[in-house]
Design a protein around this ligand. Structure first.
Ligand code: FES
Length: 71
């Protein structure tokens, strides 16, 4: 889904940025423009960055909750 309408940035793009070391909204803004327009996306973008930081790559590879619990 689109998170930042001002710059056309999706949640997937934010997760990819996080996987490549982006940890702050400032970094994300420099990389994608997210949060640098109206700012309406900032809270959601930060939440996605935070979620990506706490969920290791192995957990993200198991998209169905039942598989994540089994792992
Ligand atoms: Fe992201 Fe406006 S929606 S800066």
């Amino acid at each position: 889904m689109y998170v930042c309408l001002c710059h056309g940035v999706t949640d997937r793009q934010i997760r990819i940025a996080a996987a490549n070391g982006c940890t702050t909204l400032e970094d994300l803004g420099a990389l994608t423009g997210t949060g640098t327009g109206c700012g309406g996306c900032a809270q959601v973008a930060e939440a996605i960055l935070g979620e990506a930081a706490v969920r290791p790559a192995a957990a993200r590879a198991l998209p169905l909750p039942m598989f994540a619990q089994a792992a």
